[in-house]
Ligand binder design. Sequence first.
Ligand code: CA2
Length: 144
Amino acid sequence: MKKILILNGPNLNMLGLREPHIYGDQSLQDVEDLCYETAHSHNMKIDFRQSNHEGELVDWIQEARGVQDAVVINAAAYTHTSVAIHDALKLLDVPIIEVHLSNPKEREEFRHHSYIESVAKSVFAGHGAKGYQMAIDRLAELLG
Ligand code: CA2
């Protein structure tokens, strides 16, 4: 059974509580449930995590080496700032998919640059929680 690590960055634990017009009204638990159902339908296993700490995300990415078959990451604000997460992802030799609930390229200019996209096989942005589902479907194709 293929294993997918799904990482969520800072403040995504607050999902559904504020700014539903930008991020939707689903909670992070709802997103996890959707990921679980999607992965289950492909006979894949997920490890779904969230952290507000850059170093913890880096640790989890390092620990994925040789353990996980793919990574889905919504690095949230660290998308636009973190060379450390970029470098950690670069050390992996499994497919990486970048996901965003909103489309950062259509928002403030400081969200336009992503340190993740150059190491990602695909990016799904602006589809809300469904973007996570799209990422898992894509990985099911890639991992065969
Ligand atoms: O659209 C996305 O998924 C983002 O990764 C979300 C980040 C943002 O910094 C990125 O530019 C795009 C922000 C996550 C904050 O989540 C909140 C959830 C509820 C209320 C307020 C913020």
